[in-house]
Design a protein around this ligand. Structure first.
Ligand SMILES: Nc1ncnc2c1ncn2[C@@H]1O[C@H](COP(=O)(O)OP(=O)(O)O)[C@@H](O)[C@H]1O
Ligand SMILES: [Mg+2]
Length: 329
């Protein structure tokens, strides 16, 4: 239930919608500050794009130090979009520490992949980034587009341009896909002080997005994810991403449960959305996704840490040696 509520709160951001009152029965948190467990006050001096560090170019190194590898900038390198430093987080209920000091830098237009065995903390990391209330941040910093991400509510993170596709997309009975998408999109427009789109205007906008992700319009009138196949759910997530035009999309196991045709469709949809500006963080257990969506960097997570960073050749090493070649111990 917490996940469903969070999903609505983060992905749809319509808790402050009063123009579509028929949705007020949805199980949204009454008090938006209920997610404050994940908030942490950080010095305001962090609100700047970080400066480059003087480590060697990643292009010359296949495998290197996870902390510094992608941070440094060469001439004309794109701006840093996300900078995670020494991020530590625990499960709110039990206090068990899961993330033990994660470092990651993502620049505009880059595709990154995090791989790692089951239980290594990949989903926890992505959920902490979007402010999931199941986790408490206990250390470190996260700067997104020059601002402290950790002090923002999940909804504000979404408005700021962060999107997360869940490993298990939530079904929302009684809410049609098109209404859900329109509410999400208009919530974003309100935030940007832009006029909301009418249903007809929105349909025009949505039609382009549908063709970008190669999705059948018949999905629009079905309830969100209800009765969708695994592949349809994943493609629906990508449609949400297309509509919200996020700067950073975190795609958690979009390959899970898909046959090869569905995987290719989903990958094609994702590739259709890539621009010079927006970035993707894909999380996957298997190398095969990387055959279809090509990452610039591959990171290996183990026991709550990124233990290795390199290019796609890391994934090839994994194929040969398995995850034991990349243990945190
Ligand atoms: N909400 C939660 N409640 C209890 N344990 C959790 C929760 N979230 C994650 N964990 C635990 O944290 C560890 C990392 O999980 P997860 O981040 O889902 O790993 P991965 O996505 O790499 O498979 C696992 O041991 C998992 O059981
Ligand atoms: Mg996971």
């Amino acid at each position: 239930m917490a996940t469903a509520v969070f999903y609505l709160h983060f992905a749809s951001t319509f808790s402050r919608t009063n123009s579509i009152s028929s949705f007020s029965y949805l199980p949204l948190p009454k008090n938006p500050s209920s997610t404050s467990a994940v908030r942490r006050k950080l010095p305001s001096s962090l609100g700047l794009y970080s400066s480059p560090s003087p480590t060697p170019s990643p292009r010359t190194r296949a495998v290197g130090s996870p902390a510094a590898l992608e941070t440094e900038a060469g001439e004309g390198d794109p701006k840093i979009l996300l900078e995670v430093r020494d991020l530590k987080a625990s499960i709110a209920e039990s206090g068990e520490e899961i993330l033990r000091g994660v470092n990651l830098t993502i620049r505009e237009g880059q595709v990154h992949a995090i791989m790692g065995k089951n239980g290594s903390g990949k989903s926890t990391f992505s959920k902490v980034l979007v402010g999931h209330p199941d986790y408490v941040v206990t250390g470190g910093t996260v700067i997104f587009k020059g601002e402290n991400l950790l002090e923002k509510e999940p909804e504000e993170r979404s408005h700021a341009g962060l999107f997360m596709s869940f490993q298990t997309p939530v079904e929302i009975p009684g809410v049609s896909n098109i209404d859900f998408l329109q509410m999400s999109y208009n919530a974003k427009r309100r935030k940007l002080d832009l006029p909301e789109l009418s249903p007809i205007e929105f349909f025009g906008f949505l039609s382009q997005k549908l063709s970008a992700v190669n999705m059948n319009p018949s999905f629009l009138n079905r309830n969100v994810n209800e009765g969708f196949s695994g592949g349809e759910k994943k493609r629906n997530e990508i449609l949400q991403l297309a509509v919200l035009e996020a700067d950073l999309a975190i795609l958690d196991e979009i390959d899970s449960g898909l046959d090869i045709d569905a995987l290719q469709d989903v990958a094609k949809a994702v590739n259709g959305l890539l621009t010079q500006k927006n970035s993707i963080l894909m999380i996957t257990h298997y190398q095969r996704l990387l055959d279809y969506i090509k990452p610039k960097y591959v990171h290996i997570m183990d026991d709550g840490l990124i233990v290795k960073t390199g290019d796609i050749s890391i994934a090839e090493l994994l194929e040969e040696g398995g995850y034991k070649a990349f243990s945190a111990e």
